[in-house]
Design a protein around this ligand. Sequence first.
Ligand SMILES: Nc1ncnc2c1ncn2[C@@H]1O[C@H](COP(=O)(O)OP(=O)(O)OP(=O)(O)O)[C@@H](O)[C@H]1O
Ligand SMILES: [Mg+2]
Length: 178
Amino acid sequence: MADGYTLWFTGLSGSGKTTITNLLVKELLKRGSRLEVLDGDVVRENLSKGLGFSKEDRDTNIRRIAFVANLLSRNGVPVITAAISPYREIRDEARQMMDGRFIEIYVKASVEACEERDVKGLYAKARSGEIKEFTGVSDPYEEPVDPEITVETENQTPEESAQQIIDYLEKHGWLSHN
Ligand SMILES: Nc1ncnc2c1ncn2[C@@H]1O[C@H](COP(=O)(O)OP(=O)(O)OP(=O)(O)O)[C@@H](O)[C@H]1O
Ligand SMILES: [Mg+2]
């Protein structure tokens, strides 16, 4: 059985987690990999439906994602998680749970850049106060201290960021070379 791993994306809303995930999914499936994706938006509509954005609810949401990622990855299914996951402590919990197969990817972009992109129009709503507790504006985001990978999405195309992650997986034996 192929080894499972978890690619754990973390980064601000609009930093590029979902965009890069979609590119990775395409490439990994093309190479015959099994794969499951836990995207923040989808999880909040299903597994975490009803949870809000208080610290407690955010932590619960992330712990649920980690729980499922652990179940899958320990059974040989690679997992990509794409949620903001703003708190270092909870990410580190996930790391410990999945010791040795947890790959943290910091999707790095400044608040200013994400706000400029404002893909979902959420930054405008956060600035006007319509949305409270918005990460990077009115709620904390704790940067990773020592992530396995950092993709700088202000200076890279999504394709370059995805390639950087594929290169990492190949280099560390998670994925065979093409
Ligand atoms: N190198 C890059 N990687 C990813 N996205 C990029 C990059 N450069 C520019 N972008 C753009 O940034 C935006 C990222 O939006 P995306 O929905 O992927 O963010 P997200 O991190 O999933 O946000 P959310 O947490 O709200 O779901 C897209 O419009 C994408 O085209
Ligand atoms: Mg997203």
